[in-house]
Design a protein around this ligand. Structure first.
Ligand SMILES: O=C(O)CCC(=O)C(=O)O
Length: 265
């Protein structure tokens, strides 16, 4: 497979909520990024323990930055992103670009979620509901350096609020993940899989090494991880001036709400 961009990427992005730029990274860059991510994995586990999910942002840590800079400047990627979205959309931010890693010891998964709505406590939910279809906001990327099927999504869910079956599956906030404490690895893996499959319409997103997935983080999505499958998947938000303004206004208001709630009354 050799990389080429087509109008299909725009259609997929809008209809499914994600599109994959297949084989867009050249093999030499994959090799350089893998070496830098080996350093990131070691450092992440030293700092946060064996089960840690990520090192982010990579530019703030003392590892080799050169391959990450090459990734952020790759002409084919800059072009593909701008043709799919707009010249205002950017990736590879000093305060954003990170790497998602496999756990060293035990399988686990995140709860199912739509970003901001379900994982930013104190957020103005009416505001999220009025803005979640805005394509200048809420884009992110996963770029796999090894084959990666850790991310599951509900295609098309970025276009709508929750269906009755989804609301019935997760009636409470915060959404709980599966109960894994004290269980052995194989059982944890099975329960994570059952949890992934429990949301109607959920499918795994399969990425090969060098594939770049651009997706709406307003999609229902989840990450599920096993220690025996090596993972180094670059992860970042896709920014725009409008998204910066939104975070300054709505994200900061959520921070203030959390702060006010934590003060003694
Ligand atoms: O691991 C992934 O691909 C998804 C991660 C994610 O959604 C999260 O950490 O909230």
């Amino acid at each position: 497979m050799t990389w080429s961009w087509s109008e299909r990427h725009i259609e997929e992005y809008h209809q499914q909520g994600y599109t994959v730029f297949a084989a867009i990274l050249p093999p030499s860059l994959i090799a350089d990024l893998r070496r830098a991510c080996d350093e990131a994995r070691t450092l992440a586990r030293e700092r946060s323990g064996p089960q840690t999910q990520r090192l982010q942002p990579v530019f703030q840590f003392a590892i080799d930055h050169a391959p990450f800079t090459a990734f952020t400047e790759l002409p084919e990627l800059v072009d593909a992103l701008q043709r799919t979205l707009s010249p205002q959309h950017t990736y590879g931010h000093p305060d954003g670009l990170g790497v998602l890693l496999e756990p060293a010891e035990l399988p686990w998964c995140t709860p199912w979620h739509r970003d901001w709505r379900d994982n930013v406590y104190g957020l103005d939910l009416d505001r999220w509901e009025s803005d979640f279809r805005n394509v200048d906001l809420f884009n992110q990327l996963n770029c796999a350096l090894y084959e990666d099927s850790s991310t599951w999504v509900v295609p098309g869910s970025h276009l709508r609020l929750d269906l009755p079956a989804e609301a019935a599956r997760f009636p409470l906030r915060p959404i709980a993940g599966p109960q894994l404490d004290g269980l052995d690895g194989a059982l944890r893996e099975r329960l994570c899989r059952q949890y992934c499959e429990s949301l109607p319409g959920a499918v795994p997103l399969h990425l090969a090494a060098g594939d770049f997935c651009l997706y709406r983080n307003t999609l229902w999505h989840i990450g599920t991880y096993v220690p025996y499958r090596r993972r180094a998947t670059l992860h970042d938000f896709v920014d725009t001036p409008a998204f910066r303004d939104w975070r300054d206004e709505v994200g900061e208001a959520a921070k203030r709400a959390r702060h006010d709630e934590s003060q003694p009354g």
